[in-house]
Design a protein around this ligand. Structure first.
Ligand code: F6P
Length: 528
Protein backbone atom coordinates (compact mmCIF):
# COMPACT_ATOMS: atom_id res chain seq x y z
CA UNK A 1 0.00 0.00 0.00
CA UNK A 2 1.30 3.38 -0.88
CA UNK A 3 0.53 6.80 0.55
CA UNK A 4 -0.49 10.43 -0.83
CA UNK A 5 1.15 13.04 -2.98
CA UNK A 6 1.46 15.99 -5.23
CA UNK A 7 -1.40 15.80 -7.62
CA UNK A 8 -4.85 16.84 -6.47
CA UNK A 9 -6.17 13.29 -6.43
CA UNK A 10 -3.17 12.21 -4.46
CA UNK A 11 -2.94 15.08 -2.05
CA UNK A 12 -5.79 14.20 0.27
CA UNK A 13 -3.54 12.05 2.34
CA UNK A 14 -3.13 13.88 5.62
CA UNK A 15 -5.32 11.63 7.62
CA UNK A 16 -8.11 11.83 10.04
CA UNK A 17 -8.25 12.98 13.65
CA UNK A 18 -5.74 11.78 16.14
CA UNK A 19 -6.44 9.05 18.62
CA UNK A 20 -5.50 9.33 22.26
CA UNK A 21 -2.13 10.90 22.67
CA UNK A 22 -0.29 11.15 25.89
CA UNK A 23 0.45 14.83 25.89
CA UNK A 24 -1.69 17.80 25.24
CA UNK A 25 -1.15 18.68 21.63
CA UNK A 26 -2.93 20.11 18.64
CA UNK A 27 -3.13 17.79 15.71
CA UNK A 28 -4.26 19.17 12.40
CA UNK A 29 -5.70 16.98 9.71
CA UNK A 30 -7.65 17.85 6.61
CA UNK A 31 -10.76 17.66 8.67
CA UNK A 32 -9.64 20.35 11.11
CA UNK A 33 -7.69 20.93 14.29
CA UNK A 34 -8.14 18.65 17.23
CA UNK A 35 -7.09 19.37 20.76
CA UNK A 36 -5.70 16.21 22.22
CA UNK A 37 -5.93 16.19 25.96
CA UNK A 38 -3.39 14.48 28.20
CA UNK A 39 -4.37 10.87 28.73
CA UNK A 40 -2.31 8.01 29.95
CA UNK A 41 -1.87 5.37 27.28
CA UNK A 42 -3.01 2.11 28.66
CA UNK A 43 -3.73 -1.32 27.36
CA UNK A 44 -7.17 -1.43 25.82
CA UNK A 45 -6.95 -4.81 24.33
CA UNK A 46 -5.44 -7.07 26.93
CA UNK A 47 -3.28 -8.52 24.16
CA UNK A 48 0.40 -8.99 24.85
CA UNK A 49 1.76 -9.60 21.37
CA UNK A 50 4.82 -7.47 20.69
CA UNK A 51 5.39 -6.76 17.01
CA UNK A 52 8.72 -5.20 16.05
CA UNK A 53 9.70 -3.62 12.75
CA UNK A 54 12.05 -0.88 11.70
CA UNK A 55 9.34 1.07 9.85
CA UNK A 56 6.49 2.45 11.96
CA UNK A 57 2.89 2.33 10.70
CA UNK A 58 2.12 6.02 11.43
CA UNK A 59 4.40 9.00 11.62
CA UNK A 60 3.86 12.57 12.74
CA UNK A 61 5.19 15.54 10.84
CA UNK A 62 4.93 19.30 10.85
CA UNK A 63 3.30 20.65 7.73
CA UNK A 64 3.45 24.45 7.60
CA UNK A 65 3.78 24.45 11.37
CA UNK A 66 0.87 22.07 11.89
CA UNK A 67 1.06 18.62 13.35
CA UNK A 68 -0.13 15.95 10.92
CA UNK A 69 -0.20 12.20 11.13
CA UNK A 70 0.13 9.93 8.14
CA UNK A 71 0.43 6.29 7.17
CA UNK A 72 3.89 5.23 6.09
CA UNK A 73 4.51 3.41 2.78
CA UNK A 74 5.40 -0.17 2.04
CA UNK A 75 3.99 -3.66 2.14
CA UNK A 76 5.00 -4.45 5.70
CA UNK A 77 3.11 -1.68 7.45
CA UNK A 78 0.09 -1.90 5.18
CA UNK A 79 -0.20 -5.62 5.88
CA UNK A 80 0.36 -5.47 9.62
CA UNK A 81 -1.75 -2.44 10.50
CA UNK A 82 -5.14 -4.18 9.97
CA UNK A 83 -3.81 -7.17 11.84
CA UNK A 84 -2.78 -5.08 14.82
CA UNK A 85 -6.15 -3.34 14.77
CA UNK A 86 -7.67 -6.78 15.17
CA UNK A 87 -5.23 -8.18 17.71
CA UNK A 88 -4.18 -5.14 19.68
CA UNK A 89 -0.85 -5.33 21.54
CA UNK A 90 2.28 -3.26 21.08
CA UNK A 91 4.16 -2.41 17.91
CA UNK A 92 7.74 -1.33 18.50
CA UNK A 93 9.24 0.70 15.63
CA UNK A 94 11.61 3.51 14.77
CA UNK A 95 10.09 6.95 15.38
CA UNK A 96 11.04 8.30 11.96
CA UNK A 97 8.66 11.27 11.78
CA UNK A 98 10.17 14.65 12.59
CA UNK A 99 7.31 15.40 15.04
CA UNK A 100 7.05 11.91 16.52
CA UNK A 101 8.56 12.95 19.84
CA UNK A 102 5.87 15.59 20.32
CA UNK A 103 3.12 13.00 20.33
CA UNK A 104 4.40 10.23 22.58
CA UNK A 105 3.65 9.81 26.24
CA UNK A 106 5.41 7.91 29.00
CA UNK A 107 7.29 4.89 27.69
CA UNK A 108 7.44 6.56 24.25
CA UNK A 109 3.98 5.20 23.56
CA UNK A 110 1.26 6.57 21.35
CA UNK A 111 -2.07 4.95 20.65
CA UNK A 112 -2.87 4.36 16.98
CA UNK A 113 -4.49 4.44 14.47
CA UNK A 114 -5.25 8.13 14.83
CA UNK A 115 -8.71 7.91 13.31
CA UNK A 116 -9.99 5.03 15.40
CA UNK A 117 -12.37 5.18 18.32
CA UNK A 118 -11.85 1.55 19.14
CA UNK A 119 -9.63 -1.24 17.80
CA UNK A 120 -6.46 0.58 18.67
CA UNK A 121 -3.04 -0.66 19.57
CA UNK A 122 0.07 0.80 21.18
CA UNK A 123 2.91 2.11 19.07
CA UNK A 124 6.16 2.29 21.00
CA UNK A 125 8.68 4.50 19.27
CA UNK A 126 12.41 3.83 19.26
CA UNK A 127 14.74 6.79 18.79
CA UNK A 128 17.65 6.01 16.51
CA UNK A 129 20.76 8.18 16.41
CA UNK A 130 21.74 9.79 13.06
CA UNK A 131 24.64 7.28 12.85
CA UNK A 132 22.29 4.34 13.36
CA UNK A 133 20.00 5.65 10.62
CA UNK A 134 22.82 6.44 8.22
CA UNK A 135 25.03 3.41 8.75
CA UNK A 136 22.55 0.85 10.08
CA UNK A 137 19.31 1.47 8.18
CA UNK A 138 20.45 3.28 5.03
CA UNK A 139 23.89 1.66 4.91
CA UNK A 140 23.91 -1.95 6.05
CA UNK A 141 20.20 -2.67 5.59
CA UNK A 142 19.53 -0.78 2.37
CA UNK A 143 22.90 -0.69 0.61
CA UNK A 144 24.12 -4.14 1.60
CA UNK A 145 21.40 -6.58 2.69
CA UNK A 146 18.69 -5.29 0.35
CA UNK A 147 20.66 -5.54 -2.92
CA UNK A 148 22.33 -8.76 -1.71
CA UNK A 149 19.02 -10.51 -0.98
CA UNK A 150 17.56 -9.21 -4.25
CA UNK A 151 20.66 -10.45 -6.07
CA UNK A 152 21.47 -7.09 -7.64
CA UNK A 153 25.08 -7.57 -6.66
CA UNK A 154 26.55 -4.52 -8.42
CA UNK A 155 24.53 -2.37 -6.10
CA UNK A 156 25.97 -3.87 -2.92
CA UNK A 157 27.97 -0.95 -1.45
CA UNK A 158 29.59 -2.52 1.58
CA UNK A 159 31.48 -0.52 4.20
CA UNK A 160 32.84 -1.97 7.43
CA UNK A 161 31.43 0.97 9.40
CA UNK A 162 27.90 0.02 8.32
CA UNK A 163 28.12 -3.18 10.30
CA UNK A 164 28.80 -1.51 13.66
CA UNK A 165 25.94 0.92 13.03
CA UNK A 166 23.65 -2.01 12.15
CA UNK A 167 24.61 -3.74 15.39
CA UNK A 168 23.96 -0.52 17.32
CA UNK A 169 20.55 -0.19 15.67
CA UNK A 170 19.66 -3.74 16.69
CA UNK A 171 20.87 -3.12 20.26
CA UNK A 172 18.73 0.02 20.39
CA UNK A 173 15.65 -1.99 19.41
CA UNK A 174 16.59 -4.74 21.86
CA UNK A 175 16.57 -2.24 24.76
CA UNK A 176 13.04 -1.15 23.89
CA UNK A 177 11.74 -4.68 23.36
CA UNK A 178 13.28 -5.98 26.58
CA UNK A 179 11.74 -3.12 28.49
CA UNK A 180 8.40 -3.89 26.87
CA UNK A 181 8.70 -7.58 27.80
CA UNK A 182 9.42 -6.58 31.39
CA UNK A 183 6.27 -4.49 31.54
CA UNK A 184 3.93 -6.65 29.48
CA UNK A 185 5.44 -10.09 28.94
CA UNK A 186 4.31 -11.58 25.67
CA UNK A 187 5.51 -13.29 22.50
CA UNK A 188 7.71 -11.17 20.24
CA UNK A 189 7.21 -11.13 16.48
CA UNK A 190 10.12 -9.45 14.71
CA UNK A 191 9.94 -8.31 11.08
CA UNK A 192 12.49 -8.14 8.34
CA UNK A 193 16.08 -7.69 7.41
CA UNK A 194 16.77 -4.52 9.36
CA UNK A 195 16.48 -6.50 12.61
CA UNK A 196 18.28 -9.78 11.97
CA UNK A 197 20.28 -9.62 15.20
CA UNK A 198 17.28 -8.93 17.40
CA UNK A 199 16.21 -12.54 18.15
CA UNK A 200 19.73 -13.25 19.45
CA UNK A 201 19.80 -10.13 21.60
CA UNK A 202 16.38 -10.83 23.13
CA UNK A 203 17.10 -14.48 23.83
CA UNK A 204 20.44 -13.63 25.45
CA UNK A 205 18.62 -11.66 28.15
CA UNK A 206 15.31 -13.54 28.34
CA UNK A 207 16.06 -17.08 27.14
CA UNK A 208 12.56 -18.37 27.77
CA UNK A 209 10.85 -15.61 25.77
CA UNK A 210 9.07 -16.76 22.61
CA UNK A 211 10.55 -15.06 19.56
CA UNK A 212 9.54 -15.43 15.92
CA UNK A 213 10.77 -13.53 12.89
CA UNK A 214 9.22 -12.99 9.47
CA UNK A 215 11.66 -12.32 6.63
CA UNK A 216 9.75 -10.21 4.06
CA UNK A 217 12.29 -10.16 1.26
CA UNK A 218 13.92 -12.98 -0.73
CA UNK A 219 16.61 -15.12 0.88
CA UNK A 220 19.53 -15.75 -1.50
CA UNK A 221 21.42 -18.98 -2.02
CA UNK A 222 24.83 -19.66 -0.37
CA UNK A 223 26.73 -18.60 -3.51
CA UNK A 224 25.37 -15.09 -3.04
CA UNK A 225 25.13 -14.99 0.74
CA UNK A 226 28.84 -15.80 1.06
CA UNK A 227 29.56 -12.24 -0.13
CA UNK A 228 28.53 -10.98 3.30
CA UNK A 229 31.53 -10.75 5.65
CA UNK A 230 29.20 -11.01 8.67
CA UNK A 231 27.23 -13.97 7.33
CA UNK A 232 27.84 -16.08 10.45
CA UNK A 233 26.77 -13.38 12.92
CA UNK A 234 23.67 -12.68 10.91
CA UNK A 235 22.67 -16.33 10.68
CA UNK A 236 23.31 -16.85 14.39
CA UNK A 237 21.20 -13.81 15.29
CA UNK A 238 18.32 -15.22 13.27
CA UNK A 239 18.70 -18.79 14.48
CA UNK A 240 18.20 -17.68 18.07
CA UNK A 241 14.49 -17.29 17.13
CA UNK A 242 12.08 -20.14 17.86
CA UNK A 243 10.54 -19.80 14.45
CA UNK A 244 11.70 -18.17 11.21
CA UNK A 245 9.14 -17.66 8.47
CA UNK A 246 9.81 -16.79 4.83
CA UNK A 247 7.50 -15.88 1.96
CA UNK A 248 8.09 -19.06 -0.06
CA UNK A 249 9.33 -22.62 0.40
CA UNK A 250 12.20 -21.78 -1.99
CA UNK A 251 13.58 -19.13 0.40
CA UNK A 252 13.30 -21.61 3.30
CA UNK A 253 15.45 -24.08 1.37
CA UNK A 254 18.09 -21.44 0.59
CA UNK A 255 18.20 -20.33 4.22
CA UNK A 256 18.62 -23.88 5.49
CA UNK A 257 21.42 -24.39 2.97
CA UNK A 258 23.20 -21.24 4.19
CA UNK A 259 22.81 -22.29 7.85
CA UNK A 260 24.28 -25.65 6.99
CA UNK A 261 27.17 -24.36 4.85
CA UNK A 262 28.25 -21.40 6.97
CA UNK A 263 27.51 -22.58 10.50
CA UNK A 264 27.53 -26.33 10.10
CA UNK A 265 24.00 -26.24 11.55
CA UNK A 266 22.05 -29.49 11.53
CA UNK A 267 19.12 -29.31 9.13
CA UNK A 268 16.22 -31.71 9.62
CA UNK A 269 14.39 -31.47 6.32
CA UNK A 270 11.55 -33.77 7.30
CA UNK A 271 10.60 -31.51 10.21
CA UNK A 272 11.80 -28.22 8.75
CA UNK A 273 14.00 -27.41 11.69
CA UNK A 274 17.57 -26.23 12.08
CA UNK A 275 19.59 -27.03 15.16
CA UNK A 276 22.52 -24.83 16.12
CA UNK A 277 24.35 -24.60 19.45
CA UNK A 278 21.69 -26.74 21.09
CA UNK A 279 18.81 -24.52 20.00
CA UNK A 280 16.19 -25.72 17.56
CA UNK A 281 14.55 -23.24 15.16
CA UNK A 282 11.49 -24.07 13.13
CA UNK A 283 11.49 -22.88 9.50
CA UNK A 284 8.22 -22.20 7.73
CA UNK A 285 6.88 -20.50 4.60
CA UNK A 286 3.75 -18.34 4.72
CA UNK A 287 2.90 -15.94 1.91
CA UNK A 288 1.92 -12.50 3.21
CA UNK A 289 -1.35 -11.14 1.90
CA UNK A 290 -3.80 -8.23 1.99
CA UNK A 291 -7.00 -7.44 3.85
CA UNK A 292 -9.11 -8.81 1.01
CA UNK A 293 -12.54 -8.07 2.43
CA UNK A 294 -11.66 -4.50 3.44
CA UNK A 295 -10.21 -3.66 0.00
CA UNK A 296 -12.97 -5.38 -1.91
CA UNK A 297 -15.66 -3.58 0.13
CA UNK A 298 -13.85 -0.27 -0.27
CA UNK A 299 -13.72 -0.76 -4.05
CA UNK A 300 -17.52 -0.94 -4.15
CA UNK A 301 -18.14 2.28 -2.20
CA UNK A 302 -19.67 5.43 -3.65
CA UNK A 303 -16.48 7.27 -2.63
CA UNK A 304 -14.34 5.05 -4.83
CA UNK A 305 -16.84 5.27 -7.67
CA UNK A 306 -16.72 9.06 -7.63
CA UNK A 307 -12.93 8.95 -7.44
CA UNK A 308 -13.00 6.79 -10.57
CA UNK A 309 -15.05 9.40 -12.42
CA UNK A 310 -12.67 12.12 -11.27
CA UNK A 311 -9.62 10.07 -12.27
CA UNK A 312 -11.02 9.28 -15.74
CA UNK A 313 -11.57 12.96 -16.35
CA UNK A 314 -8.17 13.92 -15.03
CA UNK A 315 -6.27 11.24 -16.92
CA UNK A 316 -8.21 11.85 -20.12
CA UNK A 317 -9.53 8.29 -20.23
CA UNK A 318 -12.45 8.73 -22.57
CA UNK A 319 -14.81 6.01 -23.73
CA UNK A 320 -12.84 3.45 -25.74
CA UNK A 321 -9.45 4.19 -24.19
CA UNK A 322 -8.01 1.25 -22.25
CA UNK A 323 -5.89 1.72 -19.15
CA UNK A 324 -2.87 -0.14 -17.80
CA UNK A 325 -1.52 0.45 -14.31
CA UNK A 326 1.73 0.13 -12.41
CA UNK A 327 2.06 1.01 -8.72
CA UNK A 328 5.47 0.82 -7.11
CA UNK A 329 7.86 2.32 -4.65
CA UNK A 330 10.64 3.85 -6.75
CA UNK A 331 12.88 0.92 -6.04
CA UNK A 332 15.22 -0.63 -8.61
CA UNK A 333 13.95 -4.10 -7.67
CA UNK A 334 10.50 -3.22 -9.02
CA UNK A 335 11.70 -3.30 -12.64
CA UNK A 336 10.14 -0.02 -13.75
CA UNK A 337 12.78 0.65 -16.34
CA UNK A 338 12.31 -2.72 -18.03
CA UNK A 339 8.55 -2.18 -17.88
CA UNK A 340 8.93 1.15 -19.70
CA UNK A 341 11.12 -0.48 -22.34
CA UNK A 342 8.39 -3.07 -22.81
CA UNK A 343 5.83 -0.28 -23.28
CA UNK A 344 8.13 1.34 -25.82
CA UNK A 345 8.30 -1.97 -27.70
CA UNK A 346 4.53 -2.41 -27.38
CA UNK A 347 3.71 0.94 -29.02
CA UNK A 348 6.36 0.40 -31.69
CA UNK A 349 5.15 -3.10 -32.54
CA UNK A 350 1.45 -2.41 -32.22
CA UNK A 351 0.93 1.21 -33.32
CA UNK A 352 -2.81 0.56 -33.58
CA UNK A 353 -2.87 1.06 -29.78
CA UNK A 354 -1.54 4.63 -29.98
CA UNK A 355 -4.31 6.87 -28.73
CA UNK A 356 -6.26 3.83 -27.53
CA UNK A 357 -4.26 2.66 -24.52
CA UNK A 358 -2.62 4.63 -21.72
CA UNK A 359 -0.34 3.31 -19.03
CA UNK A 360 -0.65 5.03 -15.64
CA UNK A 361 2.42 4.62 -13.49
CA UNK A 362 2.17 5.59 -9.82
CA UNK A 363 5.74 5.90 -8.51
CA UNK A 364 6.26 6.53 -4.82
CA UNK A 365 9.64 7.97 -3.81
CA UNK A 366 11.47 5.85 -1.26
CA UNK A 367 14.87 5.76 0.49
CA UNK A 368 15.83 8.95 -1.34
CA UNK A 369 18.86 9.47 0.93
CA UNK A 370 20.49 6.54 -0.89
CA UNK A 371 22.31 7.56 -4.08
CA UNK A 372 21.24 4.44 -6.02
CA UNK A 373 17.59 5.35 -5.42
CA UNK A 374 18.09 8.99 -6.43
CA UNK A 375 19.76 7.95 -9.65
CA UNK A 376 17.05 5.39 -10.36
CA UNK A 377 14.37 8.03 -9.95
CA UNK A 378 16.12 10.31 -12.47
CA UNK A 379 16.48 7.50 -15.01
CA UNK A 380 12.83 6.53 -14.63
CA UNK A 381 11.64 10.12 -15.13
CA UNK A 382 13.86 10.60 -18.19
CA UNK A 383 12.83 7.28 -19.74
CA UNK A 384 9.13 8.06 -19.31
CA UNK A 385 9.57 11.44 -21.03
CA UNK A 386 11.62 9.94 -23.88
CA UNK A 387 8.99 7.27 -24.55
CA UNK A 388 6.21 9.83 -24.37
CA UNK A 389 8.04 12.07 -26.82
CA UNK A 390 8.54 9.15 -29.20
CA UNK A 391 4.93 7.97 -29.36
CA UNK A 392 2.72 10.92 -28.34
CA UNK A 393 0.32 12.54 -30.76
CA UNK A 394 -3.10 14.16 -31.06
CA UNK A 395 -3.20 15.15 -27.39
CA UNK A 396 -2.44 11.59 -26.26
CA UNK A 397 0.75 10.22 -24.65
CA UNK A 398 1.49 6.61 -23.68
CA UNK A 399 2.70 6.95 -20.08
CA UNK A 400 0.99 9.03 -17.43
CA UNK A 401 3.72 9.20 -14.82
CA UNK A 402 2.43 10.19 -11.37
CA UNK A 403 5.18 10.58 -8.83
CA UNK A 404 4.15 10.94 -5.21
CA UNK A 405 2.23 9.32 -2.41
CA UNK A 406 -1.36 8.40 -2.98
CA UNK A 407 -4.36 8.04 -0.74
CA UNK A 408 -5.55 4.46 -0.47
CA UNK A 409 -9.10 5.03 -1.72
CA UNK A 410 -7.71 6.80 -4.80
CA UNK A 411 -5.38 3.89 -5.35
CA UNK A 412 -8.27 1.45 -5.11
CA UNK A 413 -10.15 3.58 -7.67
CA UNK A 414 -7.18 3.23 -10.05
CA UNK A 415 -6.99 -0.51 -9.38
CA UNK A 416 -10.67 -0.97 -10.12
CA UNK A 417 -10.53 1.09 -13.32
CA UNK A 418 -7.45 -0.54 -14.77
CA UNK A 419 -7.95 -3.00 -17.63
CA UNK A 420 -4.62 -4.50 -16.71
CA UNK A 421 -1.99 -4.10 -14.01
CA UNK A 422 1.70 -4.83 -14.49
CA UNK A 423 3.93 -6.07 -11.67
CA UNK A 424 7.32 -6.59 -13.27
CA UNK A 425 9.72 -6.76 -10.31
CA UNK A 426 13.13 -8.13 -11.19
CA UNK A 427 13.02 -9.85 -7.80
CA UNK A 428 10.46 -9.49 -5.04
CA UNK A 429 9.71 -11.38 -1.83
CA UNK A 430 5.95 -11.24 -2.47
CA UNK A 431 4.56 -7.96 -3.95
CA UNK A 432 1.31 -6.88 -2.39
CA UNK A 433 0.37 -4.56 -5.26
CA UNK A 434 -0.50 -7.68 -7.26
CA UNK A 435 -2.83 -8.81 -4.47
CA UNK A 436 -4.33 -5.34 -3.92
CA UNK A 437 -5.18 -5.16 -7.63
CA UNK A 438 -7.00 -8.49 -7.51
CA UNK A 439 -8.82 -7.53 -4.30
CA UNK A 440 -10.00 -4.26 -5.92
CA UNK A 441 -11.20 -5.92 -9.14
CA UNK A 442 -14.80 -6.25 -8.03
CA UNK A 443 -16.02 -6.13 -11.65
CA UNK A 444 -13.68 -9.04 -12.43
CA UNK A 445 -12.78 -7.51 -15.77
CA UNK A 446 -9.06 -6.79 -15.42
CA UNK A 447 -5.97 -8.83 -16.17
CA UNK A 448 -2.97 -9.13 -13.85
CA UNK A 449 0.50 -9.41 -15.38
CA UNK A 450 2.83 -10.63 -12.68
CA UNK A 451 6.56 -11.20 -12.74
CA UNK A 452 7.82 -14.75 -12.45
CA UNK A 453 10.43 -13.24 -10.10
CA UNK A 454 7.84 -12.10 -7.51
CA UNK A 455 6.62 -14.41 -4.75
CA UNK A 456 3.04 -13.49 -5.72
CA UNK A 457 3.39 -15.41 -9.00
CA UNK A 458 3.47 -18.72 -7.06
CA UNK A 459 -0.10 -18.09 -5.93
CA UNK A 460 -1.70 -15.86 -8.58
CA UNK A 461 -1.21 -18.35 -11.36
CA UNK A 462 -4.30 -17.12 -13.22
CA UNK A 463 -2.49 -13.90 -13.92
CA UNK A 464 -0.28 -13.74 -17.00
CA UNK A 465 3.12 -14.72 -15.63
CA UNK A 466 5.74 -12.53 -17.29
CA UNK A 467 9.53 -12.39 -17.47
CA UNK A 468 10.66 -8.84 -16.61
CA UNK A 469 13.96 -9.44 -18.40
CA UNK A 470 12.17 -9.99 -21.72
CA UNK A 471 10.67 -6.65 -22.86
CA UNK A 472 9.32 -8.13 -26.09
CA UNK A 473 7.61 -10.93 -24.19
CA UNK A 474 6.12 -8.37 -21.80
CA UNK A 475 4.94 -6.20 -24.70
CA UNK A 476 3.19 -9.23 -26.19
CA UNK A 477 1.63 -10.09 -22.84
CA UNK A 478 0.18 -6.56 -22.65
CA UNK A 479 -1.38 -7.11 -26.07
CA UNK A 480 -2.65 -10.53 -25.00
CA UNK A 481 -4.27 -8.96 -21.91
CA UNK A 482 -5.92 -6.22 -23.96
CA UNK A 483 -7.29 -8.73 -26.44
CA UNK A 484 -8.27 -11.46 -23.99
CA UNK A 485 -11.94 -12.49 -24.32
CA UNK A 486 -14.13 -11.21 -21.53
CA UNK A 487 -15.11 -14.67 -20.39
CA UNK A 488 -11.48 -15.70 -19.90
CA UNK A 489 -10.67 -12.48 -18.04
CA UNK A 490 -13.54 -13.04 -15.65
CA UNK A 491 -12.68 -16.68 -15.08
CA UNK A 492 -9.07 -15.89 -14.28
CA UNK A 493 -9.86 -12.94 -12.04
CA UNK A 494 -12.60 -14.82 -10.18
CA UNK A 495 -10.22 -17.69 -9.42
CA UNK A 496 -7.59 -15.33 -8.04
CA UNK A 497 -10.18 -13.45 -5.97
CA UNK A 498 -11.41 -16.71 -4.50
CA UNK A 499 -7.88 -17.63 -3.58
CA UNK A 500 -7.24 -14.32 -1.81
CA UNK A 501 -10.54 -14.50 0.02
CA UNK A 502 -9.28 -17.60 1.78
CA UNK A 503 -5.64 -16.51 1.90
CA UNK A 504 -5.89 -13.01 3.31
CA UNK A 505 -3.63 -11.18 5.72
CA UNK A 506 -5.58 -12.35 8.77
CA UNK A 507 -5.11 -15.98 7.79
CA UNK A 508 -1.42 -15.25 7.19
CA UNK A 509 -0.90 -13.84 10.66
CA UNK A 510 -2.82 -16.67 12.29
CA UNK A 511 -0.69 -19.24 10.46
CA UNK A 512 2.57 -17.44 11.28
CA UNK A 513 1.70 -17.24 14.97
CA UNK A 514 0.55 -20.84 15.03
CA UNK A 515 3.86 -21.89 13.45
CA UNK A 516 5.60 -19.87 16.14
CA UNK A 517 3.69 -21.73 18.82
CA UNK A 518 1.95 -18.57 20.01
CA UNK A 519 -1.16 -19.57 21.88
CA UNK A 520 -4.42 -18.05 20.67
CA UNK A 521 -5.08 -16.55 24.11
CA UNK A 522 -1.92 -14.46 23.64
CA UNK A 523 -3.58 -12.75 20.73
CA UNK A 524 -7.21 -12.40 21.67
CA UNK A 525 -7.63 -8.79 20.71
CA UNK A 526 -10.74 -6.66 20.60
CA UNK A 527 -11.55 -7.92 17.14
CA UNK A 528 -11.52 -11.52 18.37
O1 F6P B 1 9.59 -5.25 1.93
C1 F6P B 1 10.70 -4.83 2.58
C2 F6P B 1 10.56 -3.46 3.20
O2 F6P B 1 11.65 -3.11 3.98
C3 F6P B 1 9.36 -3.44 4.05
O3 F6P B 1 9.77 -3.45 5.37
C4 F6P B 1 8.64 -2.22 3.61
O4 F6P B 1 7.41 -2.62 3.13
C5 F6P B 1 9.37 -1.64 2.44
O5 F6P B 1 10.47 -2.46 2.22
C6 F6P B 1 9.67 -0.18 2.66
O6 F6P B 1 10.96 0.04 3.08
P1 F6P B 1 11.44 1.22 4.01
O7 F6P B 1 10.97 0.92 5.37
O8 F6P B 1 12.92 1.20 3.89
O9 F6P B 1 10.83 2.47 3.48
Amino acid sequence: MIGAGNDPLMRKLEPAPAGRFSKESKVETLSGTHLIVESKVESLSGTDLIVVSNREPYEHRRLKGRLVCRHTDGGLTSALDPVMRRLGGTWVAWGSGEADRETVGPGDLVEVPPDAHSYTYRLRRVWLSPEEVKGGYLGYANEVLWPLCHVTLDRVAYLKAFWSAYRALNYRFADAVLDEIRQRPGPVWVHDFQLALLPGLIKKTVPDSRVALFWHIPWPGPDVFRILPERRELLEGLLAADCLTFQTAGYVREFAECAHQFLGAEVDRSHDTVQHRGHRTKLTAQAISVDFRYISDLAKTAEVESLMILARRRLGIRQGIRMGLGVDRLDYTKGLLKRFWALDTFFTRYPQYRGRFIFVQVAVPTRSEVEAYRRYREVIRETASEINARHAGGGWHPIEYLEGRIEFSTLVAYYRMADLAVVSSVYDGMNLVAKEYVASQVDEAGVLLVSQMAGASDELTDGLIVNPYDPEGLADAIKQALEMPEEERRRRMRTMRRHLQTHDVHGWVDRCLRDAGVRSEDTQGPGG
